[in-house]
Design a protein around this ligand. Sequence first.
Ligand code: AKB
Length: 337
Amino acid sequence: MRKKVILITGASGEIGHALVDNLAEGGDCELVTLDLQELPDAAARKVKRHIKGSITDKMTLDAIASEYEIDVIYHLAALLSTRAEVIPGTAHRVNVEGTLLLLEMAAEQSQFRGKPVQFIFPSSIAAYGMPDLETKAAYPRVREWEWNYPTTMYGANKLYCERLGIYFSDHYKQLSEERPTTLDFRCLRYPGLISAFTVPSGGTSDYGPEMLHAAAKGVPYHCFVRPDTSINFMAMPDAVKAALSLAAAPAKSLTQRVYNITAFGLSAEQFRDQVVKAFPGAEIGYQIHEKRQGIVDTWPMDTDDKHARRDWGWQPDYGMERCFEEYLVPNIRKRYE
Ligand code: AKB
């Protein structure tokens, strides 16, 4: 008999770190992780097995599928928006082709065991593309189906994988006589995430967390977007809570497969104000990177998450003040002390 597990891809990344901790605490099911990097020791002790490998390698995925019965997949591995613009072909291979291989694996497993494999997928505000700043100001809280015109490789990858996930859940093998048991795809469109314990890399919303971590370390920081640049952000514990809540929601309560979730919107200058309030000596200036600015300008100021609130009771624990005062600042201080 194969052993029942939860599979987490990209487990060494920012969300992966926090998710492994939470799932290991719950202890309901054993964890198997897959990442190009080793897992840090503390996390490695919490999982049944870590596999160092790529989601683009079908042999690795086949080996996992033959050994384990996968109940849930948290598919976190991805190249983020800035990195993806540097190596767009690789981004497509990882973000799209890797996701397709995993969806195929989940579809086969669902069919084999006669029960849907749950597939939890983090999408992003990068799936949106506001054409100009006037439109961004005129539509401050976009709904899931609005302005789905991403201008980045990463955003296009995320939006397409949302559609692929819906296909595999709702229309897979739609012409066959007997519909197979299909997988259960559930997706969250995250805002910019901020963790007290890890510094992001390769993203374009990174200016927020970067200025905070730089201030705590006592090093100067040059923010690469204009002070008035506004997008929404979320504390990492809320990001993890959202993934777990969506996974735990009864299928019958879900009216869609892709949900916006948001916590608080703020401008780069408001972000800077919060950082300077906590670290009064912080040296934070602006050195605008026009091209990265152009990317953030296409992302909405905020998203409308009323469907997540209605269908599965989504509610962030951390608004802006609580996020800085109770989560970010005390933990970051401790980290760099
Ligand atoms: C990025 O900046 O690419 C990510 C995102 C907004 O999804 N943090």
